[in-house]
Design a binder for this molecule. Structure first.
Ligand SMILES: [Zn+2]
Length: 193
């Protein structure tokens, strides 16, 4: 494959980018903005080398503990479960949550072979059983798979005597948290049941 085709193929791996957009981006960069190509390449390399997962909550972090987990002033009674680092970032941006997080890095999807093991359910149960945790807030998406994930986790938590709540409705059905506006997320959080 020549260099142009491999660039187009690489761009097509981005979410929402098809053949046409990938071509447009590749031609644009090469024709009009060559310095940006170097910046992009450097930023991608730096990101993939430096950013790993927080060993406690699994979100993206450049240090072994992310800034939230390292912050001892947060409310240790609350543990919020989200699907992705992007969802966690969305909740943080609302400014209305002061507890800690656990990032599943996915959601249950039997058809795609995603099981409780892949989303770190055992680690979550262990984390939730730590002293001080009083409530686990299930903030998985309002898609069918996100709902199923919340249901399974709620049952497992209940079996271990841990109280869990779910974000309130108001977040549109079928939506990924990261694309919901901040006011709606803040409401769903404060109205959780
Ligand atoms: Zn963390």
């Amino acid at each position: 494959m020549n260099a142009l085709d491999s660039l187009i193929e690489a761009l097509k791996r981005l979410p929402g980018v098809g053949q046409k957009s990938a071509q447009r981006m590749a031609y644009h960069l090469l024709q009009h903005d060559r310095p940006a190509v170097h910046r992009l390449a450097d930023a991608l390399t730096a990101a993939v080398e430096r950013i790993h997962h927080c060993e406690r909550c699994h979100t993206f972090s450049e240090t072994s503990l992310c800034s939230v987990c390292a912050d001892a002033t947060r409310d240790a009674r609350l543990l919020c479960v989200v699907e992705t680092p992007a969802d966690q970032a969305a909740l943080e941006r609302t400014g209305s949550y002061r507890g800690y997080y656990f990032v599943l890095l996915g959601r249950l999807s039997p058809l795609d072979g995603v099981s409780t093991r892949q989303i770190g359910a055992a680690e979550l149960l262990q984390r939730a059983a730590e002293s001080g945790v009083e409530e686990v807030i299930l903030a998985t998406s309002f898609t069918a798979e996100g709902e199923a994930t919340a249901h399974v986790l709620a049952e497992a938590l209940r079996a271990r005597g841990v109280r869990s709540t779910r974000l309130a409705r108001g977040v549109p059905v079928g939506s990924e948290l990261e694309f919901v506006d901040l006011g709606t997320i803040a409401h769903a959080l404060s109205d959780r049941r």
